[in-house]
Design a protein. Sequence first.
Lengths: 263, 264
Amino acid sequence: MFNLNKNKLITLLKVQYSNMLEYRVEIALWAISGIIPFFMLNIWTNNNLNESINLSNVMLSRYFLSAFFVRQFSVVWVVFTFEEDALLGKISPYLIQPLNPFFRYFAQHLAEQITRFPFAIIIALIFFLINPESIWIPNLSLFLLACFSTFFSFLIQFLIQSIIACFCFWTEKASSIERLLFIPTLFLSGLLAPVISFPEYVKSWIYLTPFPYLIDFPANILSGNNTNIISGFFMQIFWISVLFPIFKRTWSLGTKKYTAMGS
Amino acid sequence: MKLKKYIKIYSLFLSTSIASELEYKTNVIIDFITAILSLVGSVFLLTIFFQNTDNIGGWDFEQALIIQGIYTILNGITNTWFNPNLTEIVKHIREGTLDFVLLKPLDSQFFISLNKIAPAGFLEIILGFALLFYCIGINQININFSFLLLCLITLCCSIVILYSLWFLISTTTIWFVKTWNATEVLRSFLYIGRFPLNSFSFSLRIFFSIFVPIAFITTIPSEVFLGIALIWEISLEIIVAIVFFLVSRRFWLFALKYYTSASS
């Protein structure tokens, strides 16, 4: 099922990267559409809402910039591509190939992130021009940890969406489930407000769900805010190891269920 | 006579697209749940903002709820009409099927803007109105005829502005072919419509009232609702709505001159 070697991976990445470069403008627009954290930052600091959570303006702006970055490199859209491919019957030729089609999507996402990178940097530079006091250079070990946790966050979301995508084998249209799941992701992941600002009745259970580890945890590491690094990584790995077998199971059940288009 | 024809055609659009949407019944139900959750989510976010302060940008919690209500109604309208239709323009242009639209003895903008409908947005509209009614209660607003009339006018203007923004951006597809993410950019900008304009810094306020008039869309109707809107604000909104609508119409006709169909 998962026979992948280095050559295949590199070829896949190369193909998808040149594919993505074709649509640079499109990806630049995607990058711009991720600027919601900056609007939120504006509300927070303009109304001094951060005083109550003991975060200075500078730390909060670093947090939201990091949240922007983490979001840029953990955006997942596999369910939408998969749904289209499944509806149009494009999955059939992929299934014949001795390679799980999800590797193709995975490479697409990685290639898109590489294409996104310069645009994200430009947006960050503009941000620093407007807020020069928030410039910081994270130390190398924290930076690496932040990269890892962002990648894990990407993996968690990729697995969740792949499981949802497999539902296409049964319902044909699975993206509505993704839109449903996006709502808690949006409000609970820390994209709009850092998780420490949440009321107690939410904080008591939220750290058991995958949501705070999608944006809040990596963004806290990157911005140098306080966070429990060990338990964060533990929970990320825990969720990955829970989701992966579920994905494998739904995939194998789904492909048995699959009837190519027109049959 | 012409109007009659268009009304008849629109009712046909309605019945066919609702029938095709109801093919996916579970989808509609899931979309309903999504609508409810997203309202719950935004109210949750508001409660976080109001945890330790009693006003943002001069609006207290009960008043900010009105903005949420208006936003929810407008978002419902976007999801019911604008989103399913205007993202379709991209497809029409990429696959060259815009030819068939243009050949029809119908106004092309009418066809493109109203052909489809997504019933899932209805619930959002209902939820928005329910929230507004609740706000009438908690803000002790007394209703009279002129109040209702002004609310209706400003709300309609907001819908027109919103439509024009969507339509303007979708029209650029004729040159750029793949711009459905441009509508995503608009979507993320629209997000700030959930909050009172005064809660943003001065520069953002200017940006969102002059370049992208999102400020007008939710804040002014909410002020009308509270009875604190100034007369010049209302007239300005009406003017902006008319201008935007005319510009979007002209822009569409202008863009059509550059449409070259697929593979030509």
